[in-house]
Design a protein around this ligand. Sequence first.
Ligand SMILES: Cc1ncc(COP(=O)(O)O)c(C=O)c1O
Length: 391
Amino acid sequence: MERGLSADARNFRPSAIRRFAKYYHDPSIIGFAGGSPSSETFPAARVAAIAERLLREQSSVVLQYGPTAGVPRLREFVAGICRGRGIDCTTDDVLITTGSQQALDLVAHTLLDPGDVVLVELPTYIGGTGSFYARRAEMRGVAQDDGGIVVESLSEAARRFQPKLLYVIPNFQNPSGRLMAQQRRDEVLRVAEEHDFLIVEDDPYGELVYAEGADTTPIAARPGSTKRTIYLGSFSKVLAPGLRCGWIVAPKEILAAIEIAKQAADLCSGMLDQSIVDEFCAGGELAPQIERVRNFYRGKRATMLAALGEHFGGRATWTPADGGLFAWLTLAGDVDAEARIEDAVAAGVVYVPGAPFFVDGSGRNTLRLTFAKEPDERIRDGVARLARVFA
Ligand SMILES: Cc1ncc(COP(=O)(O)O)c(C=O)c1O
C-alpha cells in the first residue's frame, strides 16, 4: 500500500493526541484532554433561527456554490474585525477558509517546498505542524518561556536554518495558554526582517481574554508588518467550530496564490455555514456572544487555577491561562506524563501529555489541561485525582 502513496503522503503525521479521543465522551472520566470549546457556549437557537430563514428566503444562494474568497459581506466584516485588532487591511486582503485549519493547509501548500525549514515554538499546535509535515517541510523548535518565544533562540535558529517561515500563536497559545509579551512581538518582527522569513500568526484565541489588561495586539498590527505576516483567525472558539469558518489576511501576491490553492481544495467554503456566520455578525450578535463566552470560561479557569494551587503547589508550575482554553503544567523532577495516562484513566481523569507538542522530543514532564469541558465540581475533583496520580 505504501508503494501507492505520494512522497507527501508518506510524510503525513497523524495527530498524536487523537488517540485520547476515545475518553472524551466517556462520562465516567473527568475530561481535561479535549481541545474543543464547550457546546454550552454555542448559540444553537439563534443559529437554528438564522438557518431556517436563510433556507426559506435565500436557498438559491446558500445552497449554491459561492466565490472562492468567501461571502463578500462576511469578508468585509472580517476585515473590520482585523482593523479593530490594529491590522491595516481591506476586504480584498481577506480570504474566508474552512476553519483556520484549512488556512494552515493552504499556507503550507502555497509556500512550502520539501526540505524548507519552518520554525515553530516549543511547544506548538499539532495541527499546524501536521500541515507543514504534509508538504515535507522540516520543523525546527524555538524555545518559549512565560513571556512567549525566546528571541535569542529565534535569532539563533534563524541564523542556523534560514527558515522559510515562522509559525507562532502569540495569544493564549494552544497548548501552553501563554500570551507573548508585546515587546517580544516587536523583536520577532525585527528578526524576521533581518533574516527575511515570513511569519504565520495564528490567532484563534485572542478574543478569549479573562485577565484585565492582557494585551493581545497581533504582530500583524505593527507598522509595515503586513508585507511579512500571514494572519489567521477563526470563529471556532467564539461561535462554533462546526460552522467551519476561519480566515487569512496575507500580502496580495500570496493571497492570490492561496485563492488558487483553495479552488483546487474545495472551490469555496460551505455557503450555508458562511451565510449563518455572516447573518449572525451583521445582526450585531458577535460582540455579546464573545462576552458570554468569556464569562462562561472565566469561572472555570479560576476554579482550575485554585485547584492546581491547592494540589500541585511546590510540585509543579503552571501558566496563568489569562485567556484561551488551556492550563499548562510542568511537573517538577523527572516525570513522564505520557507514561501515567493509563493510571490517570483508571483514576477517572484524562489529560493530554505535553511531549507530542514539542517537535524536538522534549517536554516529557508537561501536560495540557483544558478547563472548557467540565463543571466546577468535576474540575476540582479531577485536579485532586490528578494530584494522586502524580503523587
Ligand atoms: C492554534 C490553533 N490553530 C488552529 C486551529 C483550528 O481551528 P479551526 O479550524 O476550527 O478554526 C486550532 C484548533 O484547536 C488551534 O488551536
